[in-house]
Design a protein around this ligand. Structure first.
Ligand code: HEM
Length: 541
């Protein structure tokens, strides 16, 4: 359709020129932050690599410094590459930097302004956050641990069963991590568990997540760079039909789940939120999206972190950290029961492994973009109003000034504190006095930082502790058809807003007969009634 292409190019050309003229009319006294030289009109768009953009940005930061400016066809993009810069702007100047960029496809067409992660920072956003907050405090997170205990017991049963079935052909660990997290969050959200990981709700949720990761990538849709294109009629804007279909998929999933949650006799997040004073000021579909987005946000992130944990185990475990963790687990737990949350104060090393996983391979290597409507100054540079501000997740988590030397290496010890006389254990059992007070940029920044991080941390602790206690994970990717092994590479990323490793099956051999005995004795949890756990977890008003 050459006519259509010429028309679109014409519209884009006009928009770019208009933006350029506007930017030339303003003469800030300070220079823009450095960055690769932009071309006329299109700016730096042509220099963006097709894959692993964040890695290229990281390389550029070595040349241009902690703050860079790119022009995306006139749209300023500020990239922050050190923890200090992200802390100074996104945390300390949070009132200015907590907005989100306008994302026409993901934010407006596909989720109609109801996606919590994409909402602009305004009163409506604060209302939604206020509704969710009581369910996500440290004390609240501590009450969900019995459920995480149950689901991680099931995880071990599932992994062992698959090992017994497929042996050297390997275990699809990703599937089991995903089921365990999905079941935990669906049980909290809606009161029902997911036993197989093949349930329709989860399949739809995975499609929603995969689409979100695809459409949320910088530059995925032309209309995100040039929002005025959305005024085009439908027949000239093919993305609109796609947006409608994806919205419908997400609407049905979230509204259907909310209905299940509300009609469930057991306590759950849907009921708690529905009864809140804030919910009285929003529609049913808005509420459904809030609860649904909590599930979406939990699902992929925690699973991706656990997938990278397995990659770290295979590619660097022989350097000693796996052996150290397993020796500690054997000392603290012994060989006749599973590790539990009660052991956590003595297992700070496992929490160090979790922190190192999130640092070494952040769940979103590109980082989650913030936005500022107000112009600003930083380090002698001008930050224009209406800039997208992207904390580069990979760069910040590899900041030597914060995390010390050898940031490319997986070293849990970097999180361990000197021995102290005063022990401090938090209400979730985390031994904070045994761990250094280092930041966790993997959970984002300032007022937009991840609200589910405490639940996530508990999930990572119990699953990592139990996997390390139970199995030896052996080097090698197992080809499902042939059973042949290949080498695992620790930079074998897939593309997207969330950045998982390329998936594979892996050999997960029980460490001994005692492991088999304990897992089989604990048994499958499918027949256990989780009502009592949910009732005990109930958050009172
Ligand atoms: C290892 C697991 C997780 C990681 C690494 C993670 C990471 C993140 C990151 C980087 C952000 C964006 C922060 C920013 O913009 O600065 C975020 C936002 C969010 N996360 Fe998580 N997350 C995890 C688990 C969870 C869980 C378990 C939940 C829910 C129970 C959750 C709920 C949310 C929500 C609702 C937001 C949106 C916050 C907002 O925009 O105001 N996350 N998360």
């Amino acid at each position: 359709m050459p006519g259509f292409a010429t028309y679109i190019l014409g519209v884009i050309g006009t928009l770019v020129i208009a933006r350029l003229v506007l930017s030339l009319l303003k003469h800030p006294s300070l220079p823009l932050p450095p960055g690769p030289k932009p071309a006329p009109l299109i700016g730096n768009i042509h220099q963006l690599p097709k894959s692993l953009q964040w890695l290229e940005f990281y390389r550029w930061s070595k040349k241009y410094g902690p703050i860079m400016h790119l022009s995306m066809g006139g749209q300023p993009l500020i990239i922050l590459s050190t923890y200090q810069a992200a802390q100074d702007l996104l945390n300390r100047r949070g009132s200015r930097y907590s907005d989100r960029p306008r994302m026409v496809m993901a934010g407006e067409l596909v989720t109609k302004g109801m996606h919590m992660l994409l909402r602009p920072y305004n009163d409506q956003y604060k209302l939604h956050q206020k509704m969710e907050a009581p369910l996500l405090t440290l004390r609240a997170a501590s009450k969900y641990r019995p459920l995480q205990d149950l689901e991680s017991q099931q995880l071990l049963w599932d992994v062992l069963s698959e090992w017994d079935k497929f042996g050297e052909k390997g275990v699809d660990f990703h599937h089991h991590f995903e089921r365990a997290m999905a079941s935990t969050i669906y049980c909290l959200n809606y009161g029902y568990r997911l036993q197989t990981g093949q349930e329709k709700e989860l399949i739809d949720a995975k499609r929603v997540e995969a689409e979100f990761s695809r459409i949320g990538k910088v530059g995925a849709y032309i209309v995100d760079s040039f929002p005025s294109l959305n005024y085009l009629p439908k027949f000239l804007a093919p993305w609109k039909k796609e947006g409608e279909e994806l919205f419908e998929l997400e609407r049905q999933l979230h509204v259907g789940n909310l209905k299940k949650g509300l009609s469930n006799r057991k306590w759950n997040f849907s009921k708690h939120m529905k009864d809140s004073p804030e919910a009285a000021r929003m529609s049913e579909i808005e509420l459904a999206f809030d609860v649904g987005v909590l599930a979406d946000a939990a699902l992929d992130t925690s699973t991706v972190a656990l997938d990278w944990f397995i990659v770290a185990w295979i590619t660097s475990g022989s350097r000693g950290w796996v052996k150290k963790a397993q020796q500690l687990l054997d000392e603290v737990v012994g060989k006749d029961r599973l590790p539990s949350f009660e052991d956590r104060p003595k297992l700070a090393y496992i929490d160090a492994i979790a922190s190192e996983t999130l640092r070494w391979r952040p769940v979103s290597a590109q980082g989650v973009p913030h936005f500022t409507k107000i112009e600003d100054e930083y380090m002698g540079y001008h930050i224009p109003a209406n800039s997208i501000v992207l904390p580069n997740g990979f760069a910040i988590n590899h900041d030597e000034a914060v995390f010390g030397e050898n940031v490319d290496k997986f070293i849990p010890e970097r999180w361990l504190a000197e021995e102290s006389d005063k022990e401090h254990i938090d209400v979730c059992g985390l031994n904070t006095s045994a761990l250094k007070d280092l930041p966790s940029p993997g959970f984002g920044f300032g007022r937009r930082a991840c609200t589910g991080r405490l639940i996530a941390r508990n999930q990572l602790f119990i699953q990592m502790a139990r996997m390390l206690w139970s199995f030896d994970v052996e080097a090698g990717v197992v080809d499902e058809a042939t059973g042949a092994r290949h080498k695992v590479h620790d930079m074998d990323y897939t593309e997207g807003f969330i950045t998982p490793p390329r998936l594979f099956r892996s050999v997960m051999r029980p460490r001994g007969q005692w492991v088999r005995d304990v897992i089989l004795k604990a048994g499958t949890t499918h027949n256990l009634d989780h009502s009592a756990i949910l009732e005990a977890a109930k958050i009172e008003r």
